[in-house]
Design a binder for this molecule. Sequence first.
Ligand code: CDP
Length: 784
Amino acid sequence: MLTKTSPEIGGMGHPIKRKEDLRFIQGKGNYIDDVQLPGMVYGHMVRSPYAHARITAIRTEEAKKLPGVLAVITGEDLAKANLAWMPTLFHDKQMVLATGKVLFQSQEVAFVVAEDRYTAADAAELVEVDYEELPVLVDPHKAQDTDAPILRDDREEKSNLIFHWEVGDRAATEQQMKSAPVTALVKAFFPRCHPAPLETCGCVIDFNSATGKLTAWITSQAPHAHRTVFALVAGLPEQNIRVISPDIGGGFGNKVPVYPGYVCAAVAALTIGRPVKWIETRSENLQSTGFARDYHMEAELAADKDGRVSALRVKTLADHGAFNAAAQPTKFPAGLFSVCTGSYDFSQAFCEVDGVYTNKAPGGIAYRCSFRVTEAAYLIERAMDVLAQELKLDPAELRRRNFIPPEKFPYPSPLGWSYDSGNYQGALDLALEKIGYNELRKEQAERRERGELMGIGISSFTEIVGAGPSHTFDILGLKMFDSAELRVHPTGKAIMRMGTKSQGQGHETTYAQIVAQELGIPANDVAIEEGDTDTAPYGLGTYASRSTPTSGAAAALAARKVREKARKIAAHLLEVSEEDLEWEPGKFSVKGAPGKSKTIQEIAFAAYTNFPQGMEPGLEAVHYYDPPNLTFPFGTYIAVVDIDKGTGEVKVRRFVAIDDCGNIINPMIVEGQVHGGLTEGMAIAFMQEISYDESGNVQGGTFMDYLVPTAVETPSWETGNTCTPSPHHPFGAKGVGESPNVGSPAAFVNAVVDALSHLGVKHIDMPLSPWKIWQILKEKGVTQ
Ligand code: CDP
């Protein structure tokens, strides 16, 4: 149990308002486009209109003639400096500017630099590129056909297969499948979608030729990793590169990869000798930067007649587009997809994934997701509903019969994970009670009698976050630990710098609350800094809900180191031995004499003015935290939907979300995270898809087609929590940021399929647009 601190201290569990919002709501944030430097110029990309074409000529003369244009950089120019290609964060390489051919629509072909943004954009129109169209590969199912065009002729392997990856016991799983009394199969496509953060990607790059220092303001979720990649790509000494990630207007995984625009702006800054700004347009963001999902999945479950599951077999085809630009831990080409056994106690499982190239924008990034856990959670939660339907069993009951029981934790999953803790039944029970499940089922039966379409969908998902332990997790060899450096000033105020980088999650508030909890210094007295590689300790950044499990843990352990030093100083001040002291947040007291005490502020002052002889002055500590395991948050979400028979429109009537992320730092922030993630999950389920026509033209590349939900479609989310602390995390917390995005799509789809199940509908692929639903209703004779 955590000691409760006073509201003045504001340690863990206090719903204190977000400190950073003071500047955000006043319009005083400092986003990338707010960065203005003397003499700054602007870059604009020339992009390919074709998905697959040979470049036969690029003519830049007309563009260069436009007054105000300073340079037009092409792939050929970059090739001379050996910079035409760059490494991706997953052991592939990617063209910075196309040389030879283009591989997706909107690919970067040339970079125009001009005195102002408009001139740069106008000049980009004057760059003439001759293309010779090549056969286009859009369907990933055809990528391995013998007559498929080989897209990546730069690779030694003359194939479109990026990887084949498998885990689990194939033979034992097949054996169980064969002998099982019941099996259920679902083929589910998780469409390509895009994080579409409010702020697009961008950078300002400044090179100081006198000092040799390159300063890069980048919309980066992982500033240190980007600095190291810059050093390796550009050959600049790492101490001469400073990456500053200023305020970020949403990242969601979109701002993890290194994009060609950053490299082009750096090359331009180095050659022109002036700072260069590049800001992506909205369409460029949607059409060319890190997309997510695009998983074609198949799951087969084996069970007995009572619905007790025994085996799971999963086969998946992953469309990674033209370059494998996913940021993925090295050992996991399909991310953490092997958590696809979910919350259920399977004795055998086998999972295989083929990743392929197609003529589409590159990526496969983890959109508010711990490396493919969203796809995994969706698949297993859909599959459980298909099995329930097959057995004519209530989906809540089926889940109850198969949950990993609390006494089995730490639970070794058949696909190799060790789940730290869980109480899945507890979350399900609370969700059922809160939504009034039994009454809703009665209402549904009555409505069905009247010909109305109402559905209830459950998702009892398990997450896997906090990448990750160094023995298993690295990105490009960089181990995935994270860090905190805490310095307490003489007046008892403090600053803590972190290896992570908030993009709106409220880190400036919650990390301060961790220090408040551990040291009793009020959260308001602790400044948090992230995102400047010259000052922050090395860390792998913020994505995959890893901040609390990694840097949060580092913050607590750095604070505990400070507390140990504070104890020595308190003993010196109170003239007692350290063993005679007891701690409560904010002060050390002499045991049995509570009146004799020293506050943390008094101790901090003494650390600079009156410390014991021989002790190193000051009060600070740094901690690099290498987690022993990941954390496994979980929850149950229940959606209630009504379908309009005339239009096929689905209305989400109610949605109850019960989350368990262990001990909570700030309940208000957690609730905010859940609201945001559910809204994104709803958008994915009902309205968003990036698809391509057969020529590789991107559909859904603007907000006219790629719909963003408004308050009109969004229901009033009903949230709640259970608390099952992580046994290995220093303060029992698990991550939460992505849970709602991971868990909710299955709840929405399960609800819609449930509403139509009596018509024989077993599965519908997202997005569940009115048009798609209306067609089904028409086919089933429900509507004209
Ligand atoms: O890595 P990211 O910040 O996206 O995800 P996270 O670690 O799940 O944290 C999201 C926000 O929720 C942060 O402000 C956390 O400090 C907060 N949080 C919390 O208050 N309690 C938890 N148990 C987990 C997260």
